[in-house]
Ligand binder design. Structure first.
Ligand code: HEM
Length: 411
């Protein structure tokens, strides 16, 4: 297999410094080895054009053989489906190819279509304002747990019909964080894997109970609609419903919370951008969403499997080979964005890759955009002197999901 990887150091998602600042490594790959062969056994693509074309090419790239993909990290003997967390992941529709993917996606996109999302606007405003009221009452503090996570979690709870005051909720949120580590493109340590297996069980039990309650006592919420869809032709089995609910709940809040936190950190580094948003919140809030996703994406990479032999920029990608697409590198490609390392909310950032592309394009993009627009608009309006402490950002561990674990703010 031809490779020009000697040009740059082999890519490793857990290399020192990556979680603090992955962008110098991304730039080096993008400029000097855009189709990189990592010693870890997979390809890494980093130019905007290539990331996009891999994600869009449904004939050439897909999810492929789940078990083989995971064995790439652990070795050929590893009992992938014997691990509860990988078994769950293997059934998540994001990890599947058509026709299974198509069938489940249809159900989810129906629940998240533009009309339904628009109808949620008044409620999202109400939640946002109540969270800002609480911040004003408490005074300066920490914004990730108290606002960035609370907004999307409450929206997801509303959607699924979960009581936002349910005492199990903090454990459910922690379980999402500790089990979604199985999305990472690497072998987990024994401890990480054992924790992920335990925590996915916490989530399965929680959603099984929720669906059982809705079977007994239907309500006007998505959980009820999902259980009631049972029995129809092509409907999802009980286990499939639980898998979808966990995926939706997790996808719905982790990434959105990261988007809010990453924006506030970026504003602290570019105070003139915050001043611009405060001056025209209506006009610039939507642009803030796109620019935050471009500049500091919540999900900086995703991977695919070559479904047939493919050639990209002269490199032969064999059938079955795994390809990591660096969304965060494509988002800062100077071929597409001027001055890409600057945060500028008035630029047109819509070509960012942070919602993916093709048949797996983010099913919650409309919802995430709406939540972000309302959050940025209302924070700028009601807390115009808001400032985060950007001196020592606490990035969460892990490579794929990029977000802060804490961010002190004052106003
Ligand atoms: C800023 C927030 C968000 C970001 C950056 C984001 C990003 C992404 C990306 C990049 C993908 C594609 C992954 C791939 O192709 O491998 C994706 C898929 C998905 N997202 Fe999001 N997402 C966000 C918010 C949401 C929300 C709010 C929901 C649901 C309420 C959601 C639900 C999903 C689902 C269900 C998929 C799988 C789609 C499929 O496989 O067909 N996301 N998201």
């Amino acid at each position: 297999m031809a490779s020009n990887s000697a040009k740059v150091a082999s890519f490793a998602p857990d290399a020192p410094g990556m979680s603090q600042d992955p962008y110098p490594v991304f730039a080096e790959l993008r400029e000097h080895d855009p189709i990189h062969r990592s010693d870890l056994g997979y390809w890494v693509v980093s130019r905007h054009e290539d990331v996009r074309s891999v994600l869009m090419d449904r004939e050439g790239f897909g999810q492929g053989d789940f078990v083989e993909n995971i064995r790439l990290f652990y070795g050929p003997e590893f009992d992938v489906l014997g691990q509860r967390s990988y078994k769950w992941l293997s059934e998540v529709f994001l990890m599947q190819d058509p026709p299974h993917h198509t069938r489940v996606r249809g159900l989810v996109t129906g629940a998240l279509n533009a009309r339904r999302v628009r109808a949620m606007e008044p409620r999202i405003r109400e939640i946002t304002d109540s969270l800002i009221d609480a911040m004003l009452e408490r005074g300066a503090g920490e914004v990730i747990a108290d606002f960035a996570y609370q907004l999307p979690v409450r929206v997801m709870c509303d959607m699924l019909g979960i009581d936002a005051e349910d005492p199990r909720l903090p454990a459910v949120m922690a379980a999402i964080a500790q089990s979604f580590i199985v999305f990472e493109a690497r072998a987990l340590s024994e401890h990480e894997l054992a924790t992920a297996n335990e925590q996915i069980k916490v989530l399965q039990d929680f959603f099984e109970e929720l669906f059982a309650e809705r079977m007994r006592e239907p309500r006007d919420d998505l959980a009820t609609a999902l259980v009631q869809s049972g029995g129809q032709e092509d409907s999802l089995s009980h286990d499939e419903l639980v898998t979808v609910a966990i995926g939706l709940f997790g996808a719905g809040f982790e990434t959105t919370a990261h988007m809010i936190g990453n924006a506030l950190l970026s504003f602290a580094r570019y105070p003139e951008q915050w001043a611009a948003l405060v001056a025209e919140p209506d006009k610039l809030a939507a642009g803030t969403v796109d620019e935050t996703l471009r500049y500091e994406s919540s999900l900086i990479a995703t991977y695919r499997t070559a479904l047939r032999e493919t050639n990209i920029r002269g490199e032969t990608i064999d059938r079955g080979a795994k390809v990591l697409t660096l969304i965060g590198a494509g988002n800062r490609d100077p071929r597409v964005f001027d001055d890409p390392n600057s945060f500028d909310i008035s630029r047109d950032a819509k070509k960012h890759l942070s919602f993916g592309g093709g048949i797996h394009f983010c099913a919650g993009a409309e919802l995430a955009r709406l939540e972000g627009r309302i959050a940025f608009e209302q924070l700028a309006r009601r807390l115009p002197t808001l400032k985060a402490d950007a001196s020592n950002p606490q990035w969460r561990e892990g490579f794929l999901f990029r977000g802060l674990s804490a961010l002190p703010v004052s106003w």
